[in-house]
Design a protein around this ligand. Structure first.
Ligand SMILES: Nc1ncnc2c1ncn2[C@@H]1O[C@H](COP(=O)(O)OP(=O)(O)OP(=O)(O)O)[C@@H](O)[C@H]1O
Ligand SMILES: [Mg+2]
Length: 388
């Protein structure tokens, strides 16, 4: 799939923009702060309804404006889809697909697939469990759009259950006042089990493409692998890195559900003491191994880059396998400046046959010449074609 045209109105530092993009490589070059990442973000937002750098959408609306519009025309073979999103600072957001208003904004999910890689992705390897959960959950939603509903239902149930736990704080776990908690337990287990089993399946499916991508990009031939560290199987009351074992291996729903209920029953007194939900996918983590050691805390800076990049290239492989619209759009935001020349040329080779690649760089010399196909200059919220 590829994006043919992108229109913006009051999005970040763009007042209005009409931009045609080509299949193949589009290289956006411009000095710092001109609007390169903003363009990448607009495309990514249309595909996923999330930004790769902020949560929420308010920062996407241009300062002193109350509405931003992103419109993009995506094509695959003979088919075309126009997606339009209207982000409102007051009132709800709206979406149109091929000029018809959708019932819910999230109906646009699944129409455009993108994989973005940016320096922030190092956080997946180096930082907190929340970064790794966001990585796998965003990929899941792109592959199976209806999961967006499951995630938002889970978040709602979790919030309500936490509120109830707070108001029931320090009650004994068998008090009669806790009947409503049991109803929330059921929803938590049902939705949480679905999330965990989807994550487990994805971890299994990504393992081969991850290995292949890492070997293609990294200097040393080490083996990456992922294991699911779940609050269902480990003692969540102790510090995470202190135990290596106890990974959840099964993706079987009835098994996960059983473990979930057992753990919830076991931790209920603790939950009532602390007033928060201690078991569920919101407390889980993916442990990224390189060889036999977890990457976090062990690998070098360069290895973290290779790992993060391999996760994204593997995501693109899976999305392609799943989709009826070919390659996802690959966005490489500010990536080449950080890589050494060997990995620059390896990355260039790996992405060059993707149907569409969007690359941003402050300095065009950082990007291998083979990727200079369609060059665009970005200057304070305007874009100009530089060649062709
Ligand atoms: N909501 C907004 N309204 C107006 N301007 C904004 C808004 N959000 C961000 N900006 C501005 O947009 C400009 C461009 O940001 P962007 O992140 O796209 O830069 P960039 O070209 O990717 O730069 P770099 O090379 O440093 O990554 C910044 O100067 C920022 O202050
Ligand atoms: Mg940028």
């Amino acid at each position: 799939m590829h994006i043919k045209h992108l229109s913006l109105s009051n999005f970040r530092n763009y007042s209005t923009l009409e931009l045609s993009l080509s299949p193949g490589v589009n290289l956006l070059v411009g000095r710092n702060g001109q609007g390169k990442t903003n363009l990448a973000e607009a495309i990514f937002y249309c595909a996923t309804l999330s930004s790769h750098r902020v949560s929420g959408y308010i920062p996407l609306i241009k300062h002193h404006q109350d509405k931003a519009v992103i419109r993009l025309l995506a094509g695959f073979e003979e088919r075309e889809n126009q997606i339009e999103l209207e982000l409102n600072s007051v009132g709800s957001n709206r979406a149109r697909i091929n000029r018809s208003e959708t019932t819910r904004v999230r109906d646009v999910l699944g129409l455009v697939n993108t994989v973005i890689f940016s320096p922030e992705d190092l956080d997946i390897v180096k930082r907190d469990p929340a970064n790794r959960r966001a990585f796998i959950d965003d990929l899941l939603v792109q592959m199976t759009p209806r999961l967006a509903g499951v995630f938002s239902d889970y978040d709602r149930v979790l919030k309500q259950r936490n509120t109830l736990l707070k108001t029931s704080r320090n009650l004994p776990s068998n008090s009669p006042g806790l009947d409503t908690l049991a109803a929330w337990d059921d929803s938590l287990v049902k939705l949480g089990t679905e999330i965990i089993s989807f994550r487990q399946e994805l971890i299994q499916r990504i393992s081969d493409p991850l290995l292949a991508a890492y070997q293609a990009i990294a200097d040393e031939k080490n083996n990456p692998s992922i294991k699911y560290r779940s609050s269902l199987t480990v003692n969540t009351l102790v510090e995470i890195d202190s135990e290596a074992g106890d990974f959840l291996l099964s993706a079987d729903r009835s098994e996960i559900e059983k473990l979930f209920r057992e753990k919830l029953a076991l931790l209920k007194p603790k939950e009532l003491e602390r007033g928060i939900t201690l078991v569920g996918p919101h407390r889980d983590d993916l442990v990224l191994f390189l060889g036999e050691f977890p990457a976090k805390g062990y690998v070098s800076h360069g290895e973290s880059w290779s790992y993060a990049l391999a996760l994204k290239l593997a995501s693109a492989k899976l999305l392609k396998a799943e989709s009826r619209a070919g390659d996802p759009i690959l966005i490489l935001d500010d990536v080449f400046a950080e890589l050494d020349s060997t990995r620059r040329s390896r990355l260039a080779e790996l992405v060059s046959d993707n149907e569409q690649v969007i690359i941003t760089a402050a300095v065009s010399d950082d990007v291998p010449v083979a990727l200079h196909a369609h060059r665009l200059a970005v200057t304070s919220g305007t874009v100009e074609v530089q060649n062709d």
